[in-house]
Design a protein around this ligand. Sequence first.
Ligand code: ATR
Length: 269
Amino acid sequence: MKKYLVIGNPINHSLSPLIHNYWLKKYNIAESFYDKKKIEEKDLENMVLQMRDNRISGINVTVPFKKSIIPYLDELDLRAEKTESVNTLVKADNKIVGYNTDEPGFELTVQNFFLENDSQYKNVFILGAGGVTNSIICALKKFKTKITLSNRTIKKAHALNKLHPEIKTIDWGKRPSTFDIIINTTSIGLKSNERIDLDFGDCEGDKKKIFYDLIYNPKETNFLKEARTRGNHVINGQKMFLNQAMFAFKLWTNIKPEIDKEIIELLDK
Ligand code: ATR
């Protein structure tokens, strides 16, 4: 039996098993199962060891271990190295290699907006400076966007600013006077009573303005609900989530799985 795993803490909310088990079955990858496991920091080394011993065939790493897993790995792919963030472990030539599929997963979801000729999407406002934010910034830099970043703990925004001197940072609670796309990378909105306390009254009826929330569960955070009510273009984290899973599945099986209607229905249930 081949075993795949997503590790994190908390992990209960993870929908990765749902998607990967659907694909394992769809592509007839026999005797394989994808499970989730809540772990502590001290368990990281043992998890990697289980991959070395072939007891686990592949691991997805999620919050809060995407960085702390790195010392236990033999190699990193370029994106993982650049973002200092690993979400997929693959065994190749007896080495455990850490990949970052969040960055290409996000890139694939937004490229349409930026690659249009004469794209109107130039100014990006990012909320948050947590584990995934550097992947988002690295993806956006490919599109020559101007990035403004705001985080409650300003030190973390400044740390990202050091890695990317071209971005601007502003204090938490403030916003740039104008932006074309705003991306919430914070965890605000995971709970239904949480909202982001910024005034977007001037965006009323602006269908072009994109409000993007990386959260996919719940499907509509207050941030997106308010944007939809104003008539803005809203995107939740589902596509990025599916895309990063697609890239991970491809790394493990060499099959690029289709994101079909059934899988979206499964997630929407
Ligand atoms: P980590 O920082 O461990 O990677 P994360 O869940 O990836 O954790 O990131 C959480 C993000 O949501 C951070 O940007 C965090 O802000 P701080 O750096 O100030 O902690 C942000 N966040 C979470 N709850 C928040 C709240 N109530 N108000 C403002 N920002 C919040």
